[in-house]
Design a protein around this ligand. Structure first.
Ligand SMILES: *[C@@H]1O[C@H](CO)[C@@H](O)[C@H](O)[C@H]1NC(C)=O
Ligand SMILES: *[C@@H]1O[C@H](CO)[C@@H](O)[C@H](O)[C@H]1NC(C)=O
Ligand SMILES: *[C@@H]1O[C@H](CO)[C@@H](O)[C@H](O)[C@H]1NC(C)=O
Ligand SMILES: *[C@@H]1O[C@H](CO)[C@@H](O)[C@H](O)[C@H]1NC(C)=O
Length: 312
């Protein structure tokens, strides 16, 4: 690896992360993708550490917009000291918090989406009132009509989509960067995944990646296939968290590739393919919710806990 040539934290972190994403097929030259993604890989300590800034960014999305804009959201802000927040919104009740800013160290624009606590996300992903629906063709022009997503997630995404888009355009313009990394945990990961499909439709010449934590299933197999071909996606699942197993595959939902599953012994393993049923991966490990443990949903993801308790 070439990153030992550099010594700044950001370059090291980004280079190590790049190698992880390449390993799991999230980022990198397309020819590597299929070949590498058919392998299980155990992440090195450096590769796990490279997720830390992004995990804190996902945690910061739980904090109120005013504290994020003031860089005063406790450990979730202080962990990324060079971050320059530019815009934030939502009310944390009817509209999930979100924020956009610039990380000059990691050389990426960051988009964060707030999640929900376990007692809120489970009803949402098990509520029979929500079904698979087509993407709104105004927000998602040109996406094939076979692609369908959870209607609750789509409705939530639509509330903030255009505000996030203008903030991202502003951040790219101000920073001169050409890379956007979208993060979120739980419902926030689902919103981040929808953003990773939505934003590139309106923002040319820019590289997008999403890093989600405890991501529920967002769409149908056509959605997963679209994501696999068009999005650099990584989703980290912690131990027996069962949120990523919902909504069920029998309801027509499917995960895209890019899973990393934190094992009971705290090793991080890349799971090739979509919804891998191997016991080392969430779908195989947590075959029903009774084998799951909702206490694992908020983390820790390495050292990072998700939730509003980390905002002060
Ligand atoms: C899996 O990994 C091993 C060891 O790195 C490598 O030799 C093999 O070619 C890989 N297989 C695929 C299908 O990528
Ligand atoms: C699609 O999104 C646009 C813009 O947000 C909105 O005006 C329109 O009502 C939406 N259409 C449907 C069918 O929800
Ligand atoms: C995107 O990049 C290409 C090649 O650098 C350039 O020709 C094109 O004008 C750019 N498009 C936009 C919308 O900036
Ligand atoms: C995914 O990442 C690669 C490598 O950084 C980049 O070339 C590609 O454009 C990215 N894809 C998207 C959709 O941004």
């Amino acid at each position: 690896m070439v990153y030992s040539l550099f010594c700044s934290r950001g370059v090291v972190a980004l280079a190590a992360l790049g190698s992880v994403l390449q390993t799991i097929g999230g980022v990198g030259a397309l020819p590597l993708r299929r070949q590498a993604s058919s392998n299980f890989t155990t992440l090195s300590a450096d590769q796990i550490a490279a997720f830390k800034p992004f995990s804190f960014y996902a945690a910061a999305a739980y904090c109120s917009p005013s504290t994020v804009l003031a860089s005063s959201c406790g450990v979730s802000c202080s962990a990324n000291p060079t971050f320059q927040p530019l815009a934030a919104g939502g009310d944390g009740a009817g509209v999930q918090f979100w924020y956009v800013g610039i990380d000059p160290t990691l050389e990426t624009v960051i988009v964060g989406h707030q999640g929900t606590d376990p007692s809120t996300i489970v009803p949402l992903v098990t509520d029979a009132d929500f079904d698979l629906q087509h993407l709104n063709s105004t927000l998602f022009p040109g996406i094939d009509s076979s692609v369908q997503v959870h209607s609750g997630f789509a409705d939530e995404h639509a509330k903030t989509a255009t505000s996030v888009l203008s903030a991202v355009q502003d951040a790219l313009h101000k920073s001169g960067l050409s890379k956007v990394t979208i993060v979120g945990h739980s419902l926030g990961a689902a919103l981040a995944l929808l953003d990773s499909v939505y934003l590139p439709l309106f923002v040319p010449n820019t590289t997008f990646s999403i890093i989600g934590y405890g991501l529920p299933r967002v769409g149908n197999p056509a959605f997963a296939a679209f994501v696999n071909s068009n999005v650099n996606v990584t989703h980290v699942n912690n131990k027996e968290d069962f949120v990523p197993t919902l909504p069920g595959r029998f309801l027509g939902f499917q995960h895209p590739q890019g899973e990393i599953h934190i094992q009971d012994d705290n090793t991080w393993i890349t799971c090739p393919g979509d919804d891998n049923t191997d016991k080392r991966c969430t779908t195989g490990d947590v075959s029903n919710i009774f084998e799951g443990d909702l206490n694992n949903h908020d983390g820790p993801y390495d050292v990072v806990e998700m939730g509003s308790s980390q905002c002060s």
